[in-house]
Design a protein around this ligand. Sequence first.
Ligand SMILES: [Zn+2]
Length: 267
Amino acid sequence: MSSSPESFIEGNLLLKAMSASDRGLLAPYFELMVVRRGETLFTVGSNVSLISFPCEQTVITLIVSMRDGRTAETATIGREGAVGGVVSHGSLPAFSTALVQIGGPVLRLDAAKLQDAKQRSTTLRNLFTRYGDCLLGQVLQSVACNALHPIEERCLRWLLTLQDRIGTEELPVTHELLANMLGVQRTYLTRILRTLQLQGLIEVGRGRITILNRAEIQQAACECHGAVVRHFETVLGAVYDADGRMLFVDPPTQPSPADPARSAETV
Ligand SMILES: [Zn+2]
């Protein structure tokens, strides 16, 4: 396998969606790195000057930590997206910690290079504005979900979200990791997982959780996963396969309602 950054561009759906000319604006500046589970790409308060594009099965989660050490997931990003200065123009202090959940290749790009390219290309600006809106949608739905929905349903939502991004039934998830995502004690989470297993929805193994029946899990999960999927479909032109895996994005080409030039009309 080649280890050149160019060979991984197609492994990220945002980068894959770019036209050849847009890709040409960015391609010289990508840096390839391989990250491992548990690594942090940036921490709260650190200056985020690089944008990271997870490739293939790499998954990053934006985590908010409280003073007592508890944590909760606010957004989970895989090959459909990017983290770090995506919504802002970069070089601002991070509000969350970006934690690697599933290791793998990541393409990194200086945020200033992306800003330069967005100034030169309306299609590039359209793509990232639309993705920024989807990422914000994920965060907003997480806020509502964490406040309103029971832990069992939140757990299933997160497992579906992860499966969409890595495309396998077997998810490499430890109890500790999942407890940190959901902001609950590990012993409590173990009881929740046992209940879901008794319902025939998942099978819990050592360091892994297997999705046994995605259709039933979608029925049992709260509405939040579906709401985010629909937003990705509408705003980013995301296309999913029958198992929920996002295959590609094909953003509408007309100016997004969330384009900065029209920002006064949006949230
Ligand atoms: Zn929910």
